[in-house]
Design a binder for this molecule. Sequence first.
Ligand code: PMP
Length: 427
Amino acid sequence: MLYQRSSALFDEAYQYIPGGVNSPVRAFKSVGGVPIFMKSAKGAYMTDADDNTYIDYINSWGPAILGHTHPEVLEAIQKQAESGFSFGTPTELETEIAKLIVKNVPNIDQIRMVSSGTEACMSAIRLARGFTGRDKIIKFEGCYHGHSDSFLIKAGSGAATFGNPNSPGVTAGTAKDTLLARYNDAEQVADLFRHNPGEIAAIIVEPVAGNMGCVLPENNFLQNLRKLCDENGALLIFDEVMTGFRLAFGGAQEVFNVKADLVTYGKVIGGGLPVGAFAGRNEIMDHLAPKGGVYQAGTLSGNPLAMRAGLTTLELIRKDENLYQNLNKTAETLDFEIGKILNSKNIEHRINRKGSMMSIFFHVNAVSNFEEAANANHSLFNNFFHHLLANGIYLPPSGFETWFISAAIKENEIDRTLEVIRKFEYS
Ligand code: PMP
């Protein structure tokens, strides 16, 4: 494939945008090569600036669960745009989407809309601190909750990919309130509670981690976190920015049957437009301004275009009774068949998968925390990535990221993907 125009666009972007990109993992820095500049996307496919097409396994890092540019979502956005882009006032639409979510997600009474997953997680932490009157939080190595200061301590995603999980610019004062534990290690969490009695406001966790590759909770990890929070008067925050409306409409709370005190959302909730949200029970959410004292606000929060895209997407998800079953089946087939192909080539690997989130780790036999994810052979992943890319299959450009399967991926796309993987040569 030729990437002439992408290369030229990247050179130009590099002069005006830091690193040529508006979000670091897009830069292909860890896999090497020039990032591909896309110009359009529809269903399972994206088309780049050189007119190459790709089967997309990122789906905008999760939002495009129905595939790109779904016709009904497109029409809804177009219609909404004719009524205005942004009012800075309340609208009926905001109540409509809030009601749909609150009525169909377990254990939440109220939801506040923001414009990104970062904002959602940052605000949930402030609310947890305001509610409990405590300062410290616990997060897990390799989990990513957006780029707010308190979370950039051993963070996953791009922070892990580029080897700066502790970002310069985060003050020591902020960092000292973020306590770290190993994912899937509830014992370490218990220790942190023992050593910081009455000081921990909340645990924030990705119930299925997607920012160190895909890592599943094991040995009742989530149930144990719930128990530890109850015993210690701390709040349990599920960061469902990836898992919300993806693993099930009710997200990880529904799938694992564990109740969180606060839940954060992003990605699917906005149907491809910039939306995040955080939600919880009345007794906690009532502490938010203007009702309560914990301040949180946003000029474009509840933006009508974004709400319309989100509402239409969520309604389409609700209407399709078989959606999650079908997504699961697609991902299961990929998981099974890719495993078979790699085994036939004697390439040791581990595929971690929950529903339509999955990723491959090479040269390890199990991955249940960040250390194990980091020990995988990432240069082999990079070769695998480039082989697929050169053959029109678009994976996330890092072994520390998760693939997101969309409903637009059908038998043809699966067959094509497997055909390309069959030709992968490991040397
Ligand atoms: N939490 C999780 C689990 C995420 O995966 C992400 C982004 N990938 C965020 C929070 C931050 O969301 P955003 O990029 O929309 O700020």
